[in-house]
Design a protein around this ligand. Structure first.
Ligand SMILES: Cc1cc2nc3c(=O)[nH]c(=O)nc-3n(C[C@H](O)[C@H](O)[C@H](O)COP(=O)(O)O)c2cc1C
Length: 212
């Protein structure tokens, strides 16, 4: 069917890239630990800002928090109370703007992806100069996302995690030295039965691309 191995790889990658979607409703059936491990292993070999972390071997950390663990409940509660505080502080400055309303919603209803998915996973990337830790985490998470997709495992970014990098209680829970790591997170689990992601109008080639 394929002329060569490159075509085969390219077709497989195209299929996975097209199948990648955000999953926001999960089955309670947890994926196998080996599969979660292989998703994380894919993230560990994603690109990183080498100059920013030169000389450091502990520049990327991954913390797995199963939803059956007490750590999961603690993480959710720390984030909710932190978001309540953020909302109070910000509302005094800018009023009840949409962003403040979103903070309040998370503070009241909880963080989507924490508690309703079998795994909440936090990625920490050591901060350095130039300040590219956030970008490095995105590469790590995106590689995990593609690997999860290839295994039929659903993925949801949990961006609320980003705000928690200087929270002593949260960093202590993760076992990371506070302030040294940028954070981001995701939820992993099989999509709920009959889950259909919403329609998204992605940019189209003819309108979005210029060749100079
Ligand atoms: C930087 C960034 C942060 C995001 N944070 C969240 C999040 O916290 N929760 C969530 O459900 N989706 C989050 N998303 C997912 C986007 O909403 C989603 O990718 C977009 O709507 C396109 O849908 P798709 O992922 O199904 O293609 C985030 C995406 C990006 C790029």
């Amino acid at each position: 069917m394929f002329d060569n191995i490159n075509e085969q790889h390219s077709k497989a990658l195209d299929d996975i890239v097209k199948a990648r979607r955000t999953v926001r409703a999960f089955s309670p059936d947890a994926p196998r630990k080996e599969d979660i491990k292989s998703v994380i292993q894919a993230g560990l070999i994603a690109p990183f800002g080498a100059l920013a972390v030169a000389g450091k071997s502990d520049f990327r950390k991954v913390i797995v928090i199963p939803n059956s663990s007490t750590a999961n409940v603690t993480a959710a509660s720390i984030i909710q109370s932190r978001f309540r505080q953020f909302a109070d502080e910000l509302e005094k400055k800018i009023g009840l703007a949409p962003f403040v309303q979103n903070l309040r919603r998370v503070a009241q209803q909880g963080v989507p992806g924490i508690g309703n998915a079998p795994y909440y996973i936090v990625v920490g990337e050591r901060k350095g100069t130039p300040p590219v830790a956030a970008q490095s985490i995105s590469y790590c998470l995106h590689t995990m996302w593609l690997k999860a997709t290839s295994l039929g495992i659903g993925f949801q970014l949990v961006s609320a995690t980003i705000q928690m990098d200087s929270d002593p209680e949260f960093c202590k829970l993760l076992g990371l030295s506070c302030g040294d790591y940028a954070l981001d997170g995701c939820a992993l689990g099989y999509p709920a039965e009959n889950y259909e992601p919403p329609h998204v109008d992605y940019p189209v080639y003819d309108k979005s691309v210029a060749w100079l």
